[in-house]
Design a protein around this ligand. Structure first.
Ligand SMILES: Nc1ncnc2c1ncn2[C@@H]1O[C@H](COP(=O)(O)OP(=O)(O)OP(=O)(O)O)[C@@H](O)[C@H]1O
Length: 712
């Protein structure tokens, strides 16, 4: 900021030197005048080039854009002002050239500096001289957003063409209405009257037709854009590592995916539509109004920058509040979703009042933000009205002067005021579009930040061996969850899962059993050490192959709404009903499925709410078996099955020489295991066969004693 001000000061000094040099040159060469308006423009252009080079030298080739704008103002303000003077002057007064008065010489630099400060401080930002590093961000985001419309370029060209045609028709409707009214008196011929009515009807029809076409095509384009963006965002979200979902809850993510994408598409498309419409209308009206009175037109146009300054301030505050509102909205949604989703737990814990209080607190927060937003909005409205009123009074004063001096007739004044209202509305619409677009920048940048996020996990390889033994080795694995880096969950853990054998992982709550499973399924990556499958690190295998060959059945499997068959085949390509039936038979679940109303096509409703816990586990086991895995992980996966089903499942799983990892809390449930590993605080505390560990039972503390006593 200081650098910009210092450069500005040196530019003004240099500009003064150039002006003095010109004056000295004219005197020395005895030129009678400065060459009139042409000379003034020529000198302005020359000064622009010289100051441009000077600014580049001053800033070592990296001039801030604000300096370019300042130089342009400094050089061109004077010729523009003089040109205006000529236009305003009556033809009888000859142009005498720019005044050599000192105050007039100072006017250039002073008004340029003032205009620059008003523009940079008021119009373009947050109360400081515009941060050049920030501004391109908003612009770049919008440009990037517009690029997503590229596949619909043809539709957009059509929509904008209809838009312009519609606006032209709209502008001419009052003109033709006037013509028809003029002919009502009956002096005109009947044919001429019919012709004028025909023209009016035609132009009205054109307006309706073009407006309708424009609206339809815009809506269609918007729908296509929304679809593309949502698809892209959902695709990007699905690529993210699991840790991303630990940090970002489903509620806010779903809100980004739906409300935010809808909003950004709608805002950009509809505002572009309104902006073009208002701009075309404004240009047409401006030309008519300038013809009536340029002084009143200037006053009408002054309203816009003044309102822009106020609006800009408001937008800066409003943007912050809007972000807060969105966060509150997402939080409220999340809370309601959690409570309704877990209504059984809420009811059984009699926590309705607690949940109501929590929800109420969140609503209070939202209400406070909305109240603040309401206050800002009413203050903004008040200031806006005052500005408009002030300008109106100035216009009336000016109009009186013009009428008294005979430079304006009453009729022209009435016409001017008739144009003024729609003209102001257009300008307000342009401002509103700008404000709306700027307030969406936060949303756009959040959505783009998700779109640009690169998943922080190792890229999967392309290893797909035909034969897999299923030997798994944990080699000095050290792991902490990314969200709790300072808490090491697994400490230099080494263990081996042998092919064709059943290994049991056992230990107290929180010792790291599920973390081992998570690493084995590559849901997280270890910080140190590695996990080898048949001697190869897990990330060398192709993603689909690894998850097909290493199947996990967890204690609380997740089922999706859809048919039973859909849930079993989930993620598999080309899986026949016979294969599904075969896997169900192996899991001893064929009988219960055949008793269902539509057998494998039975709709299991949301999250399998119409299935028992044991039946849900059965479906998860079938889902694993249908993949023909070489490694099966059972994370307390048979805890809800009856004895017969448990026996059948274990028999089947062990029958094909698979590597089986069973996660359990009790020794009783892992009697059949060939090898048992006790984990304690993320490291192997003891390992051996069932008998070996039973022999050592005296050496264990209470939780282990509990396990043994349960067994005995
Ligand atoms: N997503 C997570 N982010 C941060 N810490 C986690 C996460 N999941 C688990 N932990 C922590 O890691 C530790 C080990 O958890 P883990 O689920 O592996 O234990 P466990 O042996 O399976 O326990 P349990 O027998 O209760 O299922 C615990 O202290 C837990 O708090």
């Amino acid at each position: 900021m200081r650098g910009v001000a210092a450069c500005g000061f040196f530019i003004i000094l240099f500009d003064a030197v150039l002006s003095v040099a010109r004056w000295a040159g004219l005197v020395l060469l005895k030129f009678p005048s400065c060459g009139g308006l042409a000379g003034l423009w020529a000198f302005g252009a020359l000064k622009l080039a010289i100051l441009h080079v000077f600014t580049s030298t001053l800033t070592e080739g990296k001039p801030q854009p604000v300096l370019h704008r300042f130089v342009a103002l400094l050089c061109l303000l004077s010729p523009v002002f003089e040109s205006g003077q000529i236009l305003m002057a009556s033809p009888s007064e000859p142009y005498v050239g720019p005044s050599t008065d000192l105050s007039m010489l100072l006017l250039g630099p002073v008004s340029s500096s003032l205009a620059c400060v008003v523009w940079e401080k008021g119009l373009c930002g947050d109360g400081k001289i515009r941060k050049d590093a920030n501004k391109p961000d908003a612009r770049q985001l919008l440009i990037r957003m517009l690029k997503y419309f590229k596949p619909d370029t043809f539709y957009l060209i059509a929509a904008f063409s209809f838009l312009i045609l519609g606006v032209i028709c709209d502008t001419f409707i009052p003109l033709y209405q006037g013509k028809v009214i003029d002919m009502l008196r009956g002096e005109a011929l009947q044919t001429n009257f019919c012709y004028a009515v025909g023209q009016l009807a035609l132009i009205s029809l054109g307006s309706a037709l073009f407006s309708g076409m424009r609206g339809g095509i815009f809506m269609c384009t918007l729908a296509r854009l929304n679809k593309r963006l949502k698809h892209l965002l959902f695709h990007t979200l699905l690529q993210q590592e699991v840790h991303f979902f630990d940090e970002n809850k489903p509620g806010p993510l779903s809100s980004r995916l739906h409300s935010d994408v809808d909003r950004m598409g709608r805002t950009v498309a509809l505002n572009a539509n309104a902006l073009v419409r208002s701009t075309v209308k404004t240009c047409l009206m401006l030309s008519v109004m300038l013809g009536l009175s340029w002084e009143l037109t200037v006053l009408t146009c002054i309203e816009m920058p003044l309102l822009a300054i106020v609006q800009n301030k408001y937008i800066t505050w409003y943007k912050e509040l809007k972000d807060q509102m969105q966060d509150c909205h997402a939080q409220n949604k999340d809370l309601a979703f959690q409570t309704i989703g877990g209504i059984r737990t809420v009811r059984s814990c009699k926590a309705e009042n607690d949940e109501l209080r929590r929800y109420n607190q969140a609503l209070d927060q939202m209400c406070a933000v909305k109240t603040r937003s309401g206050i800002y909005s009413s203050v903004f409205l008040l200031i806006r009205r005052l500005v408009t009123l002030g300008i109106k009074i100035l216009m009336l004063l000016q109009a009186r002067n013009l009428l008294l001096s005979g430079r304006l007739t009453i009729g022209s004044l009435v016409s001017f005021f008739l144009y003024q209202k729609p003209m102001s509305n257009n300008l307000k619409e342009i401002l509103y579009c700008y404000g709306e677009t700027m307030s969406t920048i936060g949303v756009i940048s959040k959505v783009f930040s998700y779109l640009d996020r690169t998943p922080k996990c190792k890229k999967a390889g392309d290893l797909v061996p035909e034969k897999l033994q299923g030997r798994i080795i944990f080699q000095n694995v050290t792991f902490a969850y990314p969200s709790a880096q300072d808490k090491t969950v697994l400490k230099s853990l080494s263990m081996e899962l042998k092919p064709g054998k059943m290994t049991a992982l056992i230990g107290p709550n929180g010792c790291g059993k599920t973390s081992c499973v998570n690493l084995l399924k590559r849901l997280y990556e270890p910080q140190e050490g590695q996990i080898l499958l048949d001697g190869e690190p897990l990330h060398h295998y192709k993603h689909e192959y690894l998850h097909q060959k290493v199947a996990l059945v967890s204690q609380n499997p997740v089922l999706f709404s859809g048919s039973l068959r859909y849930n079993i085949e989930y993620g598999l390509k080309d899986c026949s009903l016979e294969q599904v039936k075969e896997a169900a038979k192996k899991a001893n679940a064929d009988d219960f499925i055949s008793e269902l109303e539509n057998e494998y096509d039975t709709d299991i409703r949301e999250c399998g709410s119409n299935l028992s816990a044991g039946q849900t586990q059965c479906i998860a086991i079938i889902r694993a078996l249908v993949r023909h895995p070489q490694v099966i992980i059972l994370d307390e996966a048979t805890s809800k099955l009856d004895v017969e089903a448990q026996h059948a499942v274990l028999q089947e799983i062990l029958s094909c020489g698979r590597t089986v990892l069973v996660v359990a809390h009790q020794l009783k449930t892992v009697e059949k295991a060939d090898h048992i590993i006790f984990l304690e605080k993320g490291a192997v505390a003891e390992e051996g066969t069932h008998q070996e560990l039973m022999a050592k039972k005296g050496r264990y503390y209470c939780w282990k004693e509990e396990l043994f006593s349960q067994h005995s």
